[in-house]
Design a protein around this ligand. Sequence first.
Ligand SMILES: [Zn+2]
Length: 463
Amino acid sequence: MTTNTLTVLDGSDAPMRALVLDSAAARRGAATRRLDLRDIARPVPPAPGWVLVRPSLAGISARDLALLDSDQTLPPVGAPRRLPMVPGGEVVGVIEAVNGTRWAQEGQRVLVEPNAGCLVRGFPSCSRCAAGEAELCENRDRRSLIGPAADGGLAGGGGWSEGVLAHEEMLIPADGISDQRGVLGVSLASAIHAVLRWGRRGERVAVIGSGTTTSLVVAALRRLHPDVDITVMVDARGPQREGRRRRKLPAHLAVDERSIALALEDLGAARVWRGSPAQLIDRTADLVGARRRRSEGDALPVLDRGLDAVFDCRGTAASVTLGMRLLRSAGTMVVAGRAGRFELDWAAVWSRELVIAGSGGFGREPAGWRTFAAVREWLTDPAFPVDGLVTHRFPLDAFDIALATAAAGEAMGAVKVVFEDPLSPLRQRRLAVDNEVPMDDPTSPVLLATTAARARRSDEVHS
Ligand SMILES: [Zn+2]
């Protein structure tokens, strides 16, 4: 049993910078949300077992982008979300302060699993937490008994800052995992969970989408099922939600479709297709020898002897409808995208006995192992080919362009866009130790995947 000590770093009483999401002036009678870079009080670990992590890299996820969108309601379940709040649930960082921890120490690099169950938030264990499924905790929507700090910690965001609280139970040592790979931990855990939601029956699957989840679902499928045939379907029209803030970006930042396809093929896709739903259904029918079946008054056919599984990482009405039509009878549709409310032809589900499996989190998988145990093992393995997925890095104060890049996604060649902490003294010390090559200009985004894909293409041309 360790003593309850609170270690305070020099200068820790100084404020820190954070991107704070708050309500702004009402627009047409509706409350809007607004993100600002502010100086806020540096959080202090509130109880034994809690630590303060300084993010080295913090990812921008689809969940974060939805939070920023004033036109979208906050999710009905999940950690209490009260404004103001600091978004950002994808963090790799360095422990800066600890309070009575068992193994976590200052200066340690860690990944953070953003699942705070009853144990760490001061509740008696609910039935889900007792079953090891903290991600489905029945007390998620209640305020922590420890105090607001336990709700403001990573379970509710907090990573877009210079310090975020987490409990030791949520930490995974990052030894042997670079920041660039480590920041993918949460997305990879979601992808592994999505793949495991498919009780493998068959060998032909499609993945619909174009972002980080799509890439990592492809990589996870390839790793868990080396023999499956994977087609990625990039819906060329994209999820252009109205009301999302966008900014025009210089044309030279955009990448061509071929380099995106090459990157997905590197991860394990056999082919990458674009096109309208009708074209994608047609090509699939030809590929697998399926029969197109069209019922009266139906614009699109369904496939007999179609695909065994579809992973929908987009979650729009169009992508879910497309996925259901591509499936064979009794095929499985894993909904990994953030689908909202829309109409669906449920006759296609019951009459063909499709299995619809939702996938929204991770924690412990059916075999009993922690999803993040696989994340750690895979990210430590240099053969797991995800180095190119962090395509853009920005400092916190360039948040406007960072968010615009993340929202544009594929259109700008962006996969995972992250905030970087170039000023962290711990990071600079580590850079010196690791002898990493620092960026020429820390304020400019690094287009890793684009550069790599282009270099590969020019190699092919010259060979
Ligand atoms: Zn619980």
